[in-house]
Design a protein around this ligand. Sequence first.
Ligand SMILES: C[S@@+](CC[C@H](N)C(=O)[O-])C[C@H]1O[C@@H](n2cnc3c(N)ncnc32)[C@H](O)[C@@H]1O
Length: 120
Amino acid sequence: MSSITEGNAGQYGDSRKLAARARLHTEYTIAETGWFPWVAAQLLLKPADRVLDVGCGPAWFWAATAGLLPENLHLTLADLSPGMVDEAVARAAAHCPSVPCEAAGPMPPHFPSKTAPSIS
Ligand SMILES: C[S@@+](CC[C@H](N)C(=O)[O-])C[C@H]1O[C@@H](n2cnc3c(N)ncnc32)[C@H](O)[C@@H]1O
C-alpha cells in the first residue's frame, strides 16, 4: 500500500473524522447558503443525467440535496475507501430511494462516450 492510500485509510476509513471536521464548518459557517445546496445549484443537473461522484465520501451531499434533484437521475458513487462506499450506498438508498445508485472503487468505471456522466 502506498503512503497516499495508507493516509487515506487513516483519514477516511469511515466517516468519523470527516464528521468532526464537518461539524466545525456547520457550527462556525457564516454563509447564507449551505455548502451542499450551493454546490447542487452549480451542477445544473437535468432529468435522466448520469452522475459519477468520485470521492463521494459518505454521500452526505446526495442526502442533503435529495429534494433538489431532478427526475430519473442515475448515480455512481466511487471512493477510494470501501467503508465510505458502503456508507454512501446505504445513505443514498435511504435518502434518494428513487435514484438508482451503483458503487465503484477509486477508478472510474468505463462509460461509453455517448453515456459519459456528469462528474461531481
Ligand atoms: C473530504 S472527503 C469528501 C467527501 C464528499 N465528496 C463530500 O463532499 O462530503 C474526500 C473523499 O475522497 C476520497 N478519495 C481520496 N482519494 C481518492 C481517489 N483517488 N479516488 C476516489 N476517492 C478518493 C476519500 O476516501 C474521501 O472519502
